[in-house]
Design a binder for this molecule. Structure first.
Ligand code: GLN
Length: 190
Protein backbone atom coordinates (compact mmCIF):
# COMPACT_ATOMS: atom_id res chain seq x y z
CA UNK A 1 0.00 0.00 0.00
CA UNK A 2 1.34 3.47 -0.83
CA UNK A 3 1.90 5.27 2.47
CA UNK A 4 2.57 8.98 2.71
CA UNK A 5 3.70 10.71 5.88
CA UNK A 6 3.08 14.30 6.90
CA UNK A 7 5.43 15.86 9.44
CA UNK A 8 3.04 16.74 12.27
CA UNK A 9 5.21 18.62 14.76
CA UNK A 10 3.66 22.08 14.25
CA UNK A 11 2.04 23.99 11.39
CA UNK A 12 -0.69 23.28 8.84
CA UNK A 13 -0.14 19.50 8.60
CA UNK A 14 -3.88 18.79 8.90
CA UNK A 15 -4.48 20.71 5.67
CA UNK A 16 -2.03 18.43 3.87
CA UNK A 17 -3.74 15.37 5.30
CA UNK A 18 -7.10 16.66 4.02
CA UNK A 19 -5.64 17.43 0.60
CA UNK A 20 -4.15 13.93 0.39
CA UNK A 21 -7.52 12.45 1.30
CA UNK A 22 -9.15 14.55 -1.44
CA UNK A 23 -6.79 12.94 -3.98
CA UNK A 24 -8.96 9.79 -3.60
CA UNK A 25 -6.16 7.39 -4.38
CA UNK A 26 -7.40 3.86 -3.65
CA UNK A 27 -5.55 2.31 -0.72
CA UNK A 28 -3.49 5.43 0.04
CA UNK A 29 -2.53 5.51 3.72
CA UNK A 30 -1.69 8.85 5.31
CA UNK A 31 0.31 8.90 8.56
CA UNK A 32 1.46 11.65 10.87
CA UNK A 33 5.22 11.68 11.37
CA UNK A 34 6.60 13.11 14.62
CA UNK A 35 9.72 11.18 15.56
CA UNK A 36 12.51 9.60 13.57
CA UNK A 37 11.11 6.06 13.87
CA UNK A 38 7.82 7.11 12.23
CA UNK A 39 9.63 7.52 8.93
CA UNK A 40 10.21 3.77 8.67
CA UNK A 41 6.48 3.35 8.07
CA UNK A 42 6.09 5.70 5.11
CA UNK A 43 7.43 5.74 1.58
CA UNK A 44 7.27 9.50 1.02
CA UNK A 45 6.82 12.52 3.23
CA UNK A 46 5.53 16.11 3.21
CA UNK A 47 6.93 18.86 5.46
CA UNK A 48 4.14 21.45 5.86
CA UNK A 49 4.04 25.21 6.48
CA UNK A 50 4.70 26.53 9.97
CA UNK A 51 7.54 28.10 11.92
CA UNK A 52 10.89 26.90 10.65
CA UNK A 53 12.86 27.89 13.77
CA UNK A 54 10.54 25.95 16.11
CA UNK A 55 10.15 22.91 13.91
CA UNK A 56 13.85 22.74 13.10
CA UNK A 57 14.62 22.63 16.81
CA UNK A 58 11.99 19.98 17.55
CA UNK A 59 13.04 17.86 14.57
CA UNK A 60 16.53 17.64 15.99
CA UNK A 61 15.24 16.78 19.45
CA UNK A 62 12.94 13.99 18.17
CA UNK A 63 15.52 12.35 15.92
CA UNK A 64 13.47 13.37 12.92
CA UNK A 65 16.12 15.59 11.35
CA UNK A 66 18.64 12.80 11.05
CA UNK A 67 15.98 10.32 9.88
CA UNK A 68 14.84 12.72 7.14
CA UNK A 69 18.41 13.25 5.96
CA UNK A 70 18.97 9.52 5.81
CA UNK A 71 15.64 8.91 4.04
CA UNK A 72 16.48 11.58 1.45
CA UNK A 73 19.84 9.99 0.76
CA UNK A 74 18.06 6.65 0.30
CA UNK A 75 15.84 8.26 -2.36
CA UNK A 76 12.64 8.95 -0.43
CA UNK A 77 10.49 11.61 -2.14
CA UNK A 78 10.14 14.64 0.16
CA UNK A 79 8.08 17.78 -0.49
CA UNK A 80 8.34 20.90 1.64
CA UNK A 81 5.80 23.73 1.44
CA UNK A 82 6.91 27.15 2.69
CA UNK A 83 8.46 26.31 6.09
CA UNK A 84 9.12 22.84 4.66
CA UNK A 85 11.16 24.30 1.80
CA UNK A 86 13.08 26.52 4.24
CA UNK A 87 13.95 23.47 6.33
CA UNK A 88 15.02 21.51 3.24
CA UNK A 89 17.37 24.28 2.04
CA UNK A 90 21.14 24.10 2.23
CA UNK A 91 21.41 27.75 3.33
CA UNK A 92 19.05 30.21 5.00
CA UNK A 93 20.10 33.72 4.02
CA UNK A 94 21.32 35.92 6.88
CA UNK A 95 20.52 33.18 9.40
CA UNK A 96 23.74 31.22 9.65
CA UNK A 97 22.71 29.70 12.99
CA UNK A 98 19.23 28.52 12.06
CA UNK A 99 19.02 24.77 11.60
CA UNK A 100 18.12 23.31 8.22
CA UNK A 101 18.26 19.80 6.80
CA UNK A 102 20.44 20.81 3.84
CA UNK A 103 18.65 18.59 1.33
CA UNK A 104 18.07 21.05 -1.52
CA UNK A 105 21.03 22.82 -3.08
CA UNK A 106 19.46 26.24 -2.65
CA UNK A 107 19.64 29.40 -0.55
CA UNK A 108 16.30 30.75 0.69
CA UNK A 109 15.31 34.14 2.06
CA UNK A 110 12.60 33.90 4.71
CA UNK A 111 9.57 36.21 4.73
CA UNK A 112 10.74 37.54 1.39
CA UNK A 113 7.43 39.16 0.44
CA UNK A 114 7.12 41.08 3.74
CA UNK A 115 5.21 40.45 6.95
CA UNK A 116 1.99 38.54 7.55
CA UNK A 117 -0.10 41.42 6.14
CA UNK A 118 1.68 40.86 2.87
CA UNK A 119 0.31 37.38 2.42
CA UNK A 120 -1.44 37.02 -0.93
CA UNK A 121 -2.67 34.64 -3.59
CA UNK A 122 -1.89 34.60 -7.28
CA UNK A 123 -1.56 32.21 -10.17
CA UNK A 124 1.75 30.40 -10.57
CA UNK A 125 2.78 28.39 -13.59
CA UNK A 126 4.56 25.18 -12.52
CA UNK A 127 6.63 23.17 -14.91
CA UNK A 128 4.94 19.82 -15.56
CA UNK A 129 1.42 21.10 -14.73
CA UNK A 130 -0.45 22.34 -17.82
CA UNK A 131 -2.40 25.28 -16.38
CA UNK A 132 -1.41 27.60 -13.48
CA UNK A 133 -1.97 26.60 -9.86
CA UNK A 134 -3.20 29.10 -7.27
CA UNK A 135 -0.22 30.07 -5.15
CA UNK A 136 -1.10 30.96 -1.56
CA UNK A 137 1.90 32.86 -0.17
CA UNK A 138 1.98 33.35 3.62
CA UNK A 139 5.15 35.05 4.87
CA UNK A 140 6.65 33.08 2.05
CA UNK A 141 10.31 32.48 1.30
CA UNK A 142 11.95 32.86 -2.10
CA UNK A 143 14.91 31.00 -3.52
CA UNK A 144 17.79 33.45 -3.94
CA UNK A 145 20.41 30.99 -5.16
CA UNK A 146 20.07 27.63 -6.84
CA UNK A 147 22.80 25.20 -7.84
CA UNK A 148 22.95 21.88 -9.62
CA UNK A 149 21.33 19.41 -9.23
CA UNK A 150 18.44 21.61 -7.99
CA UNK A 151 16.40 23.18 -10.78
CA UNK A 152 13.73 25.91 -10.71
CA UNK A 153 10.22 24.66 -11.56
CA UNK A 154 8.23 27.85 -10.94
CA UNK A 155 8.87 31.57 -10.75
CA UNK A 156 6.69 34.44 -9.61
CA UNK A 157 7.52 38.07 -10.42
CA UNK A 158 10.94 36.92 -11.54
CA UNK A 159 11.68 35.08 -8.28
CA UNK A 160 12.09 31.33 -7.98
CA UNK A 161 9.26 29.93 -5.84
CA UNK A 162 9.48 26.20 -6.55
CA UNK A 163 12.42 23.86 -7.03
CA UNK A 164 13.02 20.22 -7.74
CA UNK A 165 16.10 18.13 -7.07
CA UNK A 166 15.50 14.54 -8.13
CA UNK A 167 12.73 13.29 -5.86
CA UNK A 168 12.86 16.35 -3.63
CA UNK A 169 10.43 19.20 -4.17
CA UNK A 170 10.13 22.59 -2.47
CA UNK A 171 7.41 25.22 -2.96
CA UNK A 172 7.24 28.69 -1.37
CA UNK A 173 3.44 28.56 -1.44
CA UNK A 174 0.72 26.35 0.03
CA UNK A 175 -1.24 24.13 -2.42
CA UNK A 176 -2.78 22.39 0.62
CA UNK A 177 -4.80 25.56 1.28
CA UNK A 178 -6.60 25.37 -2.08
CA UNK A 179 -9.05 22.85 -3.54
CA UNK A 180 -6.59 22.04 -6.30
CA UNK A 181 -4.90 18.71 -5.56
CA UNK A 182 -2.84 18.49 -8.75
CA UNK A 183 0.47 19.12 -6.95
CA UNK A 184 -0.33 16.52 -4.32
CA UNK A 185 -1.20 14.04 -7.07
CA UNK A 186 1.98 14.94 -8.91
CA UNK A 187 4.06 14.40 -5.74
CA UNK A 188 2.38 11.04 -5.12
CA UNK A 189 3.44 10.06 -8.65
CA UNK A 190 7.20 10.73 -8.15
N1 GLN B 1 7.93 32.49 7.60
C1 GLN B 1 7.83 31.15 8.13
C2 GLN B 1 9.21 30.65 8.55
O1 GLN B 1 10.16 31.27 8.30
C3 GLN B 1 7.22 30.21 7.10
C4 GLN B 1 5.79 30.59 6.88
C5 GLN B 1 4.94 29.46 6.35
O2 GLN B 1 5.29 28.28 6.41
N2 GLN B 1 3.77 29.83 5.89
O3 GLN B 1 9.32 29.63 9.16
Amino acid sequence: MPTVGVVAVQGDFEKHIEALERCSIPGLIVREVRVGEDLAQVDRVIIPGGESTTVGMLMQRFGLAEALQEAASNGMPIWGTCMGMILMAQTIEDRPHQFSLGLLNITVRRNAFGAQVHSFEDEVQMEGIDTPVMGVFIRAPIVTDIKDPAIPVASYQGKVVAVRQGKLLGTSFHPELTDDVRLHQWFLGI
